[in-house]
Design a protein around this ligand. Structure first.
Ligand code: ADP
Ligand code: MG
Length: 221
């Protein structure tokens, strides 16, 4: 797992994204390790597109420019698989053909070779979010909140250098949403990960407690 000492700030410098002649967004910001930058905008404003640019999976329909720096490293010039970006989406996207534990083991870097150690890391990660003993369960038997916690632990064990959150709380009901937010932000903080949350939910931004940037045209009164 990433230790705070190994992490670095994330900087977006004049990141501009266009779709045809429509300017979607233009953002400059720095996110310190463990902090959350929230980008808020309505549906279709370009939130997921921004994360795709940072993660390296932008559709060629878009034209993007600007630097994304992780410490001194230029992420845009780095192949996507070497960016070490952790992403959580609205859907937890657990592999249905793997057990709950198998989903987590899958994400553990190959450098950790011992099967026993890989299994124990996954078991510990599950226990840390109240899912001790869930290793052999079928993901389909989990509740939405449980799936979200598995997805979180899976992404953290993949040793990301930054965390991108694409409305990962929006499908959870109110009480669960609050708990899950707190858990995700606490884990990002303790892992020292610079985090970008995109959302259309103001309560997400308030809970994140960091800098808030608005994008997209707000509805005219
Ligand atoms: P958000 O995540 O804020 O809801 P998106 O980033 O998904 O918005 O989309 C931004 C805009 O780009 C929307 O108008 C959407 O319809 C459009 N869009 C999304 N993906 C593509 C694509 N692959 N090709 C062309 N347009 C797209
Ligand atoms: Mg989106």
């Amino acid at each position: 797992m990433q230790t705070p000492g190994k992490t670095t700030p994330l900087t977006l410098s004049d990141v501009t994204i266009r779709l045809g002649d429509r300017a979607l967004l233009s953002i400059s910001a720095t996110v310190m390790p463990g902090d959350v930058l929230t980008i808020m905008g309505p549906s279709g404003s370009g939130k997921s597109t921004l994360l795709a640019y940072i993660g390296g999976f932008l559709d060629p329909a878009f034209v993007a420019s600007g630097a994304v720096l992780l410490g001194p490293d230029d992420l845009i010039g780095t192949p996507p698989q070497q960016r070490h970006t952790g992403i959580l989406f609205q859907d937890p996207l657990l592999f249905p053909h793997l057990s709950v534990g198998g989903n987590i083991v899958f994400a553990i870097p190959e450098a950790i070779k011992s099967r026993d150690i890989r299994r124990r890391l996954a078991e510990d990660a599950l226990a840390a979010v109240g899912l001790g003993g869930f290793f052999d369960r079928d993901p389909e038997t989990l509740s939405g909140g449980q799936k979200a916690r598995v997805a979180l632990q899976r992404v953290l064990l993949s040793e990301p250098r930054l965390l991108l959150l694409d409305e990962p709380f929006s499908k959870l009901d109110m009480a669960l949403r609050q708990q899950t937010r707190e858990l995700v932000f606490a884990k990002a903080r303790s892992a020292g990960l610079p985090t970008i949350l995109v959302t259309h939910d103001r309560a997400d931004a308030v809970a994140a407690g960091g800098v808030l940037i608005h994008i997209g045209a707000e509805t005219q009164a």
